[in-house]
Design a protein around this ligand. Structure first.
Ligand SMILES: Nc1nc2c(ncn2[C@@H]2O[C@H](COP(=O)(O)OP(=O)(O)OP(=O)(O)O)[C@@H](O)[C@H]2O)c(=O)[nH]1
Ligand SMILES: [Mg+2]
Length: 217
């Protein structure tokens, strides 16, 4: 009982509350990424998300309490249209694909189009998941994010690579968006840009043009 009232107090005192949604095909790892971030755990079972899962997360940023609602739904919703309430008042979006399944990368524009119909302006982070399965994929150039001017991350829900970074950036961007400021977004874009230059041994070829050569760097 004590814990519940503590939570309620937190909620009461929250200076800010943001909603962050997650998009991407079924089985790309949306739920596993949330699990990794929220409970620092990972259970490799294969349960597709049924309907909707809502995760509550509280954090402190610059001395302010921030309440985050993470929304997670089943990727197979793609075949219907995602319910508008999923997008309603979202402040940021984490868009995920599976580096081991090219089709999930090719479907990103479909997700992105629907997102923009409902939320034309919110920050959207593009996440390439499952890099633990084959580190060579990080040498590939997945240009969708760059073309759209979106921040891009290689991550792994299985071993935790970059997961905290993505979620923390998403929360900051959601807050910046809510406060009508692009400052943090600009900062992250600059930082990722530099990171990109430092680690750039990859060819300039786009993943889309590398049909049938999954291992070429
Ligand atoms: N190797 C590896 N497997 C992963 C990773 N993340 C998720 N998986 C596996 O991918 C499968 C799907 O993960 P989920 O998180 O359930 O995928 P989802 O995107 O939530 O799928 P839906 O709920 O159906 O939309 C599971 O079997 C996970 O174990 C990862 O980083 N590396
Ligand atoms: Mg899921």
């Amino acid at each position: 009982a004590t814990r519940i009232s503590d939570l309620d107090l937190d909620k009461y005192d929250a200076d800010e509350q943001v909603k962050i949604i997650c998009l991407g095909d079924s089985a790309v790892g949306k739920s596993k990424l949330m699990e990794r971030f929220l409970i620092d755990g990972y259970r490799p079972q294969q349960l597709s998300t049924y309907a909707l899962t809502l995760y509550k997360y509280t954090t402190t940023i610059n001395g302010q309490t921030v309440l985050v609602d993470f929304w997670d739904t089943a990727g197979q919703e793609r075949f219907r249209s995602m319910h508008p309430s999923y997008y309603h008042k979202a402040h940021a979006c984490i868009m995920v694909f599976d580096v081991q399944r090219k089709i999930t990368y090719k479907n990103l524009p479909i997700w992105y189009k629907e997102l923009r119909e409902y939320r034309p302006e919110i920050p959207c982070l593009v996440v390439a998941n499952k890099i633990d399965a084959d580190m060579k994929v990080t040498q590939k150039n997945f240009s969708f994010a760059k073309k759209q001017g979106l921040p891009f991350y290689f991550v792994s829900a299985a071993d935790g690579t970059n997961v905290v970074k993505v979620f923390k950036d998403a929360i900051q961007m959601a807050l910046s968006y809510k406060r009508n400021s692009n400052d943090f977004m600009d900062e992250v874009m600059r930082e990722l840009e530099n990171f990109d230059l430092d680690s750039k041994e990859s060819s300039d070829k786009d993943e889309e043009t590398q049909e049938g050569k999954p291992d070429s760097a």
